[in-house]
Design a protein around this ligand. Structure first.
Ligand code: FAD
Length: 428
């Protein structure tokens, strides 16, 4: 079976690319090969079933800052096709998006099914074949022959063998396809999880799941295991690499929320090297240093001298967290501010600004999780998303060593890559 364009992977990037290829040149014979019975499985579950399509960040220079891997390479592509273009794509197809206060964008319907219906409808309208239950098992390059003067690709699925002039690989984080690409000469950056939450068992956060507060979190190098990555962290010229600030959510298992998820993404490789066992320091009042909070507590001691430490709303912190931190210092429940000692004040200031926790493992962030690693970015031409190693081979989406923090940025990578790859395929 001969095609002009074959796409491996019926996910976000695969569908988006197929639609743009077929729109740009309706005469091309295009097919998507999807291993599953259903297509767009991740889109379906994304964003808690609402699909966080993109982020309301329309400046490419700002947008790239959300990509721990791909930051440099995506700048040009985002100038060509950014979040605004994604919004326009969906609006032109009758799917208005809405912006949430934190910048995340969702379909107004609040349902990922709207996006799936749009994509599937578009493939039908444009005559794109969607071949389900068609797991790809092999890929081979075809040298130029009479039938394929520019060469092409032979793709074997569990059902059939196909030949195509151009091949787009959009199979997401799939080890089998990475292995096939490695066999063809591509370098695969070893995959590690990104976007996860931290497992922590500690009395100071026990019994208060759901409490959320602004915090600064720093990974600290206390353990000797995995010293290699931590040394490189310490000597890094980028000091924010493993420090983040933002809302921190206490969960049943430990900590989550943007402050933690950002760390998990930026530190994906380092934390993997530590086997997800390390220490963190939390400043629960990020606008203060320890000395500053000590001064503040001394003022509270003066003003609130007759009140108990435990029951005073001394600082801007959720009440239940304050109680846990006060208890952690060993301050008795009935101790009044008038009677607090200097060392107790220091302990409290320390708990508030340099609160150390031991992380012991990670958990999946259910709203969104991605894999760092994939096809080495040095081997991709970001003007066309074509392989620099093999002709007529293109990539888009999570298969590449690109990933982002949570917020709609991972899909934006898929849309941008798919659009530019489609242009590269049709134009080349
Ligand atoms: C639970 C969850 C929620 C998420 N929510 C969000 C969100 O709200 N916003 C956001 O920006 N990102 C989100 N993400 C991340 C986002 O889903 C991915 O970054 C995005 O789907 C990547 O698109 P892709 O097309 O590269 O890969 P995928 O969407 O994973 O598609 C790859 C497709 O290729 C198919 N495939 C794999 N191997 C083969 C093979 N051998 N033969 C044929 N087909 C194959 C797979 O079955 C799959 O359908 C979420 C991820 C998860 C897991």
């Amino acid at each position: 079976m001969m095609y002009d364009v074959l796409i491996i992977g019926g996910g976000a990037a695969g569908f988006y690319a197929a639609i743009h290829v077929a729109e740009a040149d309706p005469n091309l014979k295009v097919a998507i090969l999807e291993r599953g019975k259903e297509v767009l499985g991740k889109v379906k579950v994304s964003g808690g079933g609402r699909c966080n399509v993109t982020h309301a960040e329309f400046d490419p220079n700002q947008l790239v800052k959300n990509y721990p891997r791909g930051q440099k390479e995506l700048l040009g592509p985002f100038y060509s096709y950014g979040s605004g273009d994604t919004v326009a794509f969906f609006e032109e197809r009758g799917i208005p998006l809405k912006i949430e206060p934190d910048g995340r964008m969702f379909p107004q319907s609040n349902s990922s099914q709207t996006i799936i219906d749009c994509f599937v409808g578009e493939t039908e309208r444009l005559g794109i074949q969607v071949l389900r239950n068609s797991a790809v098992t092999d890929i081979a390059h075809i040298q130029p022959v009479a039938e394929l003067p520019e060469g092409g690709w032979s793709v074997q699925s569990i059902r059939n063998t196909y030949r195509t002039k151009k091949l787009l690989v959009a199979s997401g984080s799939n080890p089998k396809i990475w292995k096939l690409l490695e066999g063809l000469g591509h370098t695969i950056v070893p995959p590690v999880p990104s976007l996860f939450t931290f497992n922590i068992q500690d009395d100071r956060i026990a019994g208060i799941p759901g409490v959320s507060t602004e915090a600064k979190v720093t990974v600290i190098a206390k353990r000797t295991t995995g010293i290699g990555p931590l040394q490189s962290l310490k000597s890094s010229s980028n000091p924010i690499l493993l420090e983040s600030e933002g809302p921190l959510l206490i969960t049943h298992w430990g900590m989550s929320g943007p402050a933690i998820l950002k760390l998990s993404a930026w530190g994906a490789q380092i934390l993997n090297g530590l086997h997800y066992k390390f220490k963190i320091k939390v400043n629960w009042l990020p606008e203060y240093h320890t000395e500053g909070i000590l001064q503040l507590l001394l003022q509270v001691k003066e003003i609130e001298s007759k009140k108990t430490v435990l029951r005073t709303h001394a600082v801007e912190l959720p009440k239940r967290l304050w109680i846990n931190l006060v208890k952690a210092t060993g301050i008795p429940d009935d101790l009044k501010w008038a009677d607090i000692s200097k060392s107790q004040l220091q302990d409290l200031a320390f708990q508030l600004t340099q609160c150390e926790f031991t992380v012991d493992g990670k958990s999946t962030f259910k709203e969104e999780f991605v894999t760092a690693g994939g096809v080495d970015l040095k081997e991709i031409n970001f003007k066309t998303y074509e392989s620099k190693i093999l002709p007529n081979l293109f990539f888009a989406g999570e298969i590449m060593d690109v990933d982002a923090i949570t917020g709609g940025f991972n899909f934006q990578n898929a849309w941008t890559g798919a659009f530019i790859a489609a242009k590269g395929i049709v134009g080349g």
